[in-house]
Ligand binder design. Structure first.
Ligand code: ZN
Ligand code: ZN
Length: 475
């Protein structure tokens, strides 16, 4: 291994891991092999390391046919390269990267001397066929479901994968040193409830908070107390007086100084002294200056009110196999004084491949998203149409109460913690949870994807990663 500043990671869709287990782990204890075709997200700059990062996502799985296996035992496997060449052809046509995957049925969670001896020949073959810059991933799945991986950048050089995540109903992380080492004294009482590994997992994750208002600021302030260590904050707005009722960490002085919300929250997080590394982006999430930071995040909390921002995150979750926990609060009142509460709903929707998306759930209005885009890109035309009452979604300010914005933030973090740690037991993951504050009830809301939905209705883009234009979004 030669050290380089480049780092790499891999995210596997849960449904793909289940298929891999089916193909690779059998009672007979003999090693088997498969290929994973991977989409990629390439960032020239990871904001936390300052180095380039390549993140791969499982896109499709192809087992090595049994009749191509030349010899195999509980210690090794060799196979003819016909299926490898076919897979390379498809990878080249579709702009994907191949991950060689084989089982270590004895449970050995490291590359063997034989792997080290065999793989350079396959890298050579891949580069000979698909071009010199072709890279190859290699992955081991052990019988006790451990995953280790590396990225071959040349025939002589590889780098270990920093993190392998399996994402779906649950989220499982694999990285060197997991489960070793001491618990932090600060988190001892939490470890009594959740165990010591959770804080290690949380410290591995890069968390994006999109929208730093009531729910976003509440989410941010809780993260370091749980053991998270890296966050990126995205919001273009400054603190206004009417935000002070619910913006955690903000003061009247911030209003007077017209400070950006992201800076105010970053300051509060730093003041806690819990080692949180915060990056701030005072921009709308769709702006290109947010792109690298967004792509560096492993988890996203969607705390934005705007439909265009939600529309982007809604696609992002599926293309980049990155869990998005989208939050919303809807308080509906009568026009009387005092107002009568008609509905008071806090919502958390988890977006991952396999779950129904926000479009199919009717949470996002594409018409409002279009008007928001017009307002951003062509304010004059927007004002003209507004005067003619052609634009939507510009009503009076909606009701917001700190009790409920904070509660929704807690629901979202709780959903993530369950998916990592499993404290709710089997079937504890909730794709959409709505808390009816006025009725003191929680509801799980199911919904089916529209079969024609371009986001969640088919697997075509799940794990596709970078495409041009970004997320196939036009305009
Ligand atoms: Zn091996
Ligand atoms: Zn959908």
């Amino acid at each position: 291994m030669i050290t380089t500043s480049l780092t790499a990671s891999l995210t596997i869709q849960e449904r793909h891991l289940n298929r891999l287990k089916e193909f690779l782990i059998h009672q007979d204890g003999v090693e088997r092999a498969a290929y994973i075709l991977c989409g990629e997200s390439s960032s020239s700059l990871d904001p936390w390391t300052g180095h380039p990062h390549r993140k791969f996502f499982s896109y499709d799985i192809l087992p090595v046919p049994e009749d191509e296996v030349l010899s195999s035992s509980d210690q090794h496997i060799t196979w003819k390269t016909d299926s490898f060449v076919r897979t390379l052809k498809r990878a080249q046509e579709q702009g994907l990267t191949v991950a060689l995957t084989h089982s270590h049925t004895g449970g050995f969670a490291e590359f063997s001397d034989q792997d080290d001896a065999n793989e350079p020949d396959l890298v050579e073959l891949a580069q000979h066929r698909n071009g010199e810059s072709t890279t190859l991933l290699s992955l081991i799945l052990t019988s006790d479901e451990k995953l280790v991986g590396r990225l071959w950048t040349t025939q002589q050089q590889w780098i270990p994968l920093r993190l392998i995540s399996v994402v779906g109903e649950s989220i499982r992380l694999h990285y060197p040193g997991r489960g070793q080492g001491q618990s932090s004294p600060i988190l001892q009482r939490q470890a009594l409830a959740f165990g010591r590994v959770l804080e290690q997992d949380l410290a591995m994750l890069r968390v994006g908070i999109v929208g730093c208002g009531g729910t976003g600021s509440a989410t941010a302030m809780l993260l370091p107390k749980m053991g998270f260590r890296r966050t990126a904050l995205f919001d273009k707005d400054i603190v206004e007086e009417s935000n002070l009722n619910r913006l955690h960490g903000a003061t009247q002085a911030d209003v007077d100084a017209k400070r950006p919300k992201v800076e105010v929250i970053a300051r509060s997080l730093t003041e806690l002294g819990l080692g949180m590394q915060v990056k701030t982006y005072q921009s709308w999430i769709g702006d290109p200056e947010c792109r690298d930071a967004l792509k560096a995040c492993d988890i996203i909390f969607g705390c934005t009110d705007d439909h265009a921002g939600r529309l982007l995150l809604n696609r992002y979750a599926y293309y980049y196999v990155t869990p998005v926990f989208d939050m919303g609060l809807a308080i509906e009142v009568s026009p009387s004084e005092p107002p009568e509460i008609k509905a008071m709903d806090g919502r958390v929707t988890a977006l991952v491949p396999g779950h129904t998306c926000l479009l199919c759930r009717g949470v996002i209005s594409p018409a409002i998203a279009r008007d928001e885009a017009l307002k951003r890109n062509n304010p004059t035309e927007y004002e003209r149409r507004k005067a003619e009452a052609y634009v939507l979604g510009e009503g009076n300010p909606s009701p917001a109460v700190v009790l409920f914005t904070t509660d929704v933030a807690i629901m979202a973090i709780e959903e993530l913690v369950h998916r990592l740690q499993g404290f709710r037991g089997e079937n504890g993951s909730v794709a959409q949870r709505v808390r009816k504050f006025h009725l003191m009830e929680d509801r799980r809301q199911g919904a089916n994807p529209d079969p024609y939905c371009p986001v969640c209705g088919s697997v075509e883009y799940w794990g596709r990663g970078d495409v041009d234009p970004f997320l196939n979004l036009v305009g």
